[in-house]
Ligand binder design. Structure first.
Ligand code: NAD
Length: 242
């Protein structure tokens, strides 16, 4: 098989950027999706000239996602591995969630994965091989207070992962999910140092996670060592949820 191509959504920073770096280091060609963070995505891609390609799309927008897949197809010849990582977070009481905020949460996390998976599948089905990894959250597993919309979207992503794994398994495509715990990225910016220290203390392994630790799990699920694993949710949470 030719060198594999991975498309990582929301890869301009945080977990997505760590995933892009991990795959590039492992020899994959990497399409680095961004929505508005063009400068960051281009700066990342510039470190792997010819091997990384920054590609713009709001994953919630079907037309933009289709255009992005066409761009990757032209440059790299089809997506073999898809990592649905793009996400947004909002902490607020359920009673304060507006219909627009609720809809945007579902659009980015769940519809974003729907659009990307549908666009990725024709190439994977044609070659009878593909790897899809979705990025959910421990809140999608157990539910988070003041994170109802986020938890619902992330739980939906787990449902999508499991059902799609069953449907596409016979075609040589695996679909798995990672469910990170508390990972030190911009998404945690709203948390105070005291909050973070308390969360670290609560975590059996004694610290918050790093984007690189999540990236290693995703690289594993896309690799040959995971060739009999599909439909699974792998917690990367230091034991916070067991
Ligand atoms: P982050 O905010 O640093 O990164 C999110 C990325 O998604 C950014 O690059 C952002 O630009 C991109 N993005 C947002 N909306 C987009 C859209 N509509 N289209 C394309 N890209 C979009 O946060 P992160 O912590 O790196 O989060 C990555 C993923 O991991 C998210 O799905 C998040 O929900 C999940 N997650 C994070 C944590 C954590 O503690 N940080 C825990 C569990 C799950």
């Amino acid at each position: 098989m030719r060198e594999k191509t991975v498309l990582v959504t929301g890869a301009s920073r945080g977990i997505g950027a760590a995933v892009a770096r991990a795959f590039a280091n492992a020899g994959y060609r990497v399409a680095v999706n961004y929505n508005t963070s063009k400068t960051e995505a281009e700066a990342l891609a510039a470190q792997w000239p010819g091997q990384m390609l920054p590609v713009q799309a709001d994953v919630a927008d079907r037309a933009q996602v289709e255009a992005m897949f066409r761009q990757v197809q032209e440059a790299f010849g089809g997506v073999d591995v898809l990592v649905c990582n793009a996400g947004i977070a909002r902490q607020e009481l359920f009673t304060d969630v507006t219909p627009a905020a609720w809809q945007r949460m579902l659009d980015v996390h769940l519809s974003g994965a729907f659009h990307c998976c549908q666009c990725a599948l024709p190439h994977m089905l044609h070659q009878k091989w593909g790897r899809i990894v979705t990025v959910s959250s421990m809140w999608g597993q157990v539910g988070g207070s003041c994170e109802v919309a986020y938890s619902a979207a992330k739980a939906g992503l787990i449902g999508l992962t499991r059902a799609l794994a069953k449907e596409e398994g016979p075609s040589g495509i695996t679909v798995n999910c990672v469910a990170p715990g508390v990972i030190e990225t911009d998404m945690m910016a709203a948390f105070s140092a005291n909050d973070k220290a308390a969360l670290a203390e609560e975590t059996p392994l004694g610290s918050l996670g790093s984007p690189e630790q999540v990236a290693k799990a995703i690289l594993f699920l896309a690799g040959d060592d995971a060739d009999y694993i599909t439909g699974q949710v792998l917690g990367v949470n230091g034991g916070l949820v067991v």
